[in-house]
Design a protein around this ligand. Structure first.
Ligand SMILES: N[C@@H](CCC(=O)N[C@@H](CS)C(=O)NCC(=O)O)C(=O)O
Length: 214
């Protein structure tokens, strides 16, 4: 039994969906609406699975996995083909650094609860929140672009096949568009996003194609 709890627009859920598709896995899906009912992720029933009250959560038989980086590494170790990480320690470190910029530096700044806190505790409206998002998403994505600009160019971020870097990058590019971040100065990231959009595993993982899409 494999059961995935997520939300169509959540970028950490989107990461996992891409990985499932690349690996040919089709877990059952349980939608967790992040706004309805005050946020279903905060319910006692969901918190019993994921004490942080965040999506995603993956249940596999008796095992409960939380935090998308842990889920993705577990998937790659448990279903090694196709591999999401490169063969060498040096390249794996480069890919993990790229992914960490997104997961550790960018994503927490755009999260729903962060934006809600800016509003409730610091009185920020749409303009203030937009300035915040532009600052942190813009800087983080510029770092991703710079990390790739210093490498020999390839079709995808770290070679001719998509892998862990694209699993993180594509949802982040979706969020950047949603939050109207200027991507003009990021031609490498845009080219990778375009190459991924043509692949069924990525296209099928898009938020607009999920059963809970609005
Ligand atoms: N580092 C966590 C982040 C999880 C996370 O922040 N999920 C967001 C959606 S992308 C969420 O559940 N937000 C609900 C909220 O802020 O209340 C992961 O990668 O799984």
């Amino acid at each position: 039994m494999m059961r995935f709890h997520g939300y169509f627009r959540s970028s950490s859920s989107y990461r996992c969906r891409i990985a499932f598709n690349l690996k040919g896995l089709t877990p059952d899906f349980v939608p967790v609406h992040l706004v309805r009912d005050g946020g279903q992720q905060k319910s006692a029933a969901y918190r019993a699975l994921n004490p942080q009250g965040l999506v995603p959560t993956l249940e596999v038989d008796g095992l409960v996995l939380t935090q998308s980086p842990a889920i993705l590494e577990w998937l790659d170790e448990t279903y090694p083909t196709p591999a999401l990480l490169p063969d060498t320690a040096n390249e794996r470190a480069a890919v993990r650094a790229f992914c960490a910029v997104i997961a550790c530096e960018i994503h927490p700044m755009q999260n729903l609860r962060t934006l809600q806190y800016l509003e409730s505790q610091f009185g920020q409206g749409p303009e203030g929140k937009q300035a915040w998002l532009s600052r942190w998403l813009g800087e983080g994505l510029a770092t991703c672009e710079a990390l790739l600009a210093r490498r020999p160019r390839s079709r995808f971020a770290f070679g001719d096949q998509p892998g862990m870097a694209e699993v993180y990058l594509i949802p982040q590019m979706f969020s950047a568009q949603r939050f109207q971040i200027d991507l003009t100065a990021m031609p490498i990231l845009r080219a990778i996003a375009e190459a991924c959009a043509a692949l069924p595993a990525f296209a099928a993982a898009h938020p607009s194609r999920q059963p809970d899409a609005e």
